[in-house]
Design a protein around this ligand. Structure first.
Ligand SMILES: Nc1ncnc2c1ncn2[C@@H]1O[C@H](COP(=O)(O)OP(=O)(O)OP(=O)(O)O)[C@@H](O)[C@H]1O
Length: 243
């Protein structure tokens, strides 16, 4: 469970995140949706302390994130970014084993978990010895998720996780990944500016504009009962045809 209270981040005179409060329940997928520069990534990175808030508080499972050193916290919170965020000189097996090794897992346990993950993510065993440059975009994305899920973290943060994929692969990979039971049990905060992705994946959407949450609720509620014209216009993502 994530509890964010009155979170604000200022960069010099610019307020990137402005008094944001929200809760994400256990196993819930919350999507932070909004225009470019509205503060989604900054909000996400404050949860795992890649960015420190100016004011406000964040707790994960009842513990204030500031009470834990950043690196330790980030071992307990999975993090997936665009194009997988993999180190170029780590093989797939090394990438998946990174956090389990830091946590002192036995080699046999790491190997078993790695096999389980590549199986669940429908990756061939032959990818294990390959480097990121030798994978397709969709495969890199799956490996990024495998790495983030390796130690079964209760919380996973995702920043435009499918952003580097073409629209067809994007739909395919996201349906496959979000169909995993393992991910359904995990608390997920996902950042996107893709309305359809948000409508498809979110239990609740927090629609942001200029550092603030304009409306938060289940996708249906935002669609049928938009709080403002901005919400209605933002969600109205149908192609405009002039002929
Ligand atoms: N390190 C930084 N220093 C100064 N300004 C920053 C910094 N990081 C972000 N900002 C500014 O804060 C605002 C919010 O940025 P943020 O990356 O959170 O937006 P976003 O909603 O994730 O956008 P996008 O969808 O384009 O990634 C932007 O105006 C950005 O320029």
């Amino acid at each position: 469970m994530i509890d964010i209270q009155n979170l604000t981040k200022r960069f010099a005179s610019h307020t990137a995140v402005n008094e944001v409060s929200l809760r994400v329940g256990p196993g819930e997928t919350l999507v932070l949706l909004g225009t470019s520069g509205c503060g989604k990534t900054t909000t996400l990175k404050m949860i795992n302390r890649l960015i420190e808030p100016t004011t406000g508080s964040i707790s994960v499972d009842g513990i204030d994130v500031r009470q834990q050193p950043g690196p330790e916290l980030r071992r307990r919170i999975g993090y997936v970014i665009q194009d997988g965020g993999l180190f170029p000189h780590y093989t797939v097996a090394d990438a998946i084993a990174t956090v389990p090794k830091l946590l002192g897992w036995e080699p046999a346990q790491i190997q078993e978990r790695t096999r389980e993950l590549i199986d669940k993510l429908q990756l061939p065993a032959s990818v294990l010895t390959r480097y990121p440059a030798e994978l397709s975009g969709g495969q890199r994305q799956r490996v990024g998720l495998a790495r983030a899920l390796a130690v079964k973290p209760p919380v996973v943060l995702m920043d435009e996780p499918f952003g580097a994929l073409d629209p067809f692969t994007r739909r395919h990979v996201r349906r496959e990944l979000f169909g995993l039971n393992e991910l359904r049990e995990t608390t997920v905060v996902l950042v996107t500016h893709d309305v359809n992705e948000a409508l498809e994946l979110a239990d609740r959407i927090a629609l942001m504009d200029k550092g603030r949450i304009v409306q938060i609720g289940p996708p249906d509620e935002l669609m049928t009962n938009p709080a403002t014209d901005f919400v209605r216009d933002f969600l109205d993502d149908k192609p405009l045809r002039t002929k």
